[in-house]
Design a binder for this molecule. Sequence first.
Ligand code: 5GP
Length: 181
Amino acid sequence: MIVLDRKKEDLVELFSEEAIQKRIAEIAKQINADYPSDEPMCVICVLKGAVLFACDLIKHIDKETHFEFIKLESYGNSQSSSGEVKSVSMALPNLNSKNVLVVEDIVDTGLTAKFLLDYIQMHFQPKMLKLVALLNKKCARVHDIKVDYYGFEIDNKFVVGYGLDYMGYYRNLPYIGYFPQ
Ligand code: 5GP
């Protein structure tokens, strides 16, 4: 049995469940206004981290929506990027002429988002392609990437909860926090 060295009781809360849900409704309003009202959307959730965010976000989307999932990995079990993106499952429908929204949990170095956006643009010609991330760690950016929508900007902390894991755990927390040093 794995004994976690960090307990959820030790987490310092950064964003409460209420704050997250309020911000998601605000982002969705912006997305609804920007995407054509009479055309379907394709929302691509990047597993695993974005799953809670994407599921809550799409409830507010007022268009016909395809919900797709892909799985990418760059962190393994550590708290820093391996510098390499592993495509674990990249089964995407045909995105030609589609209005696409990629949903990420957090843009940190920007490697994962860049990998995915480049991949989509290399294989398809979407009509619209935008990126939404719940968290934006601008200070950690290595790859130049445009985050079209984001929930909160954070500084260079390793955050946990609401989809984001610590050693595979704590994704189920409805809030986001960090472990103090
Ligand atoms: P990137 O460095 O490629 O922008 O970030 C890739 C992925 O690393 C994110 O989608 C996320 O799953 C994970 N990640 C980045 N920063 C954090 C963090 O502070 N906490 C957790 N739990 N995962 C993170």
